[in-house]
Design a binder for this molecule. Sequence first.
Ligand code: FAD
Ligand code: MG
Ligand code: MG
Length: 306
Amino acid sequence: MSLGEIAERCYNMTTSYLEVSTNSIIIRETQDAVRLTRRHLLEDVFTRWSPLNGEISFSYNGGKDCQVLLLLYLSCLWEFFIIQAERSQYDFKYQKFPMENLFSVYIDLAETFPTLESFVNMTSERYQLSLYSSMREHGTKASNMSCAFGDFLKRYPETQAILIGVRATDPFGDTLTPIQKTDSNWPDFYRVQPILHWKLANIWSFLLYSNEPICGLYGNGFTSIGGIDTTIPNPYLTESKDNRSKLPLKFQWEIDNAFKKESDEINVLAIDREDQLWLKKLGPEEYLPGWYLIDDEIERAGRIKK
Ligand code: FAD
Ligand code: MG
Ligand code: MG
């Protein structure tokens, strides 16, 4: 798929999610969350910076939150294109989607799970990301995010604003606002944070409905993916009879009615062999998939300090 095609697909998927009529409180809340994010992007962001020329970039690490934001960003890009095309004097069928790749940035941290790294590579093709990689640029993995973003800005000085998939329930997230400058110990640019209001349940509802590929770690008990030395599957998701009844699946409708669904399987990818071996060494426990957990308070219970 070209960037225009995947953007149109995300637009159709999002529109179809917004049209769902249901009694599910989670879906209704997620529809509101989607509407607010779309408003931020279309009314506050694209009116201030152009998505077409590198003023806006997208920070992407393959995690579920920035993937959801990416789907919405692509959907809004398609809408932005349609609005501009309709204003043009030429017929829509003569209009070409104005970009081939999406400006985006990935900081390769030494601690990243191989499965997540493969997922970044795979999805960067699917979503046509022109992904700056700190590793490709400098030959070594980064250890400090703010320095790595400093290097990125030296390479792409036209960047004014960077999208971030941070949520208010993340550590220190409750003081953030949708558009703000970076802190003084960070390189100077605008942080654009349009999914601050999203809860964990909203993320899973939208992602499972989207039928987009899901990183394999989430299929195996991970709910929040940090560094390989500081993250284990979420202990609250340990497979047991007790847990099966305590943690009912809340997203059966989204799974059954997923967008353009072609099979009964959830579109979750396999775990890389290296990570499989690592998981075996951790212990014999089996885990429910990440989307069985919707309590934001324990989303990071698999993040351990060593
Ligand atoms: P995650 O869910 O892993 O990350 C939240 C989001 O950060 C992701 O959805 C993604 O968009 C982005 N992100 C995380 N890791 C990477 C990566 N390796 N490569 C690319 N994108 C990534 N903290 C401050 O205290 N002050 C700041 O001014 C500040 N500015 C920031 C600007 C940017 C562009 C980014 C990406 C982060 C910034 N941070 C800043 C740090 C931020 O608040 C989080 O602490 C950091 O993103 C790690 O988040 P997490 O692991 O807790 O959650
Ligand atoms: Mg997150
Ligand atoms: Mg992280």
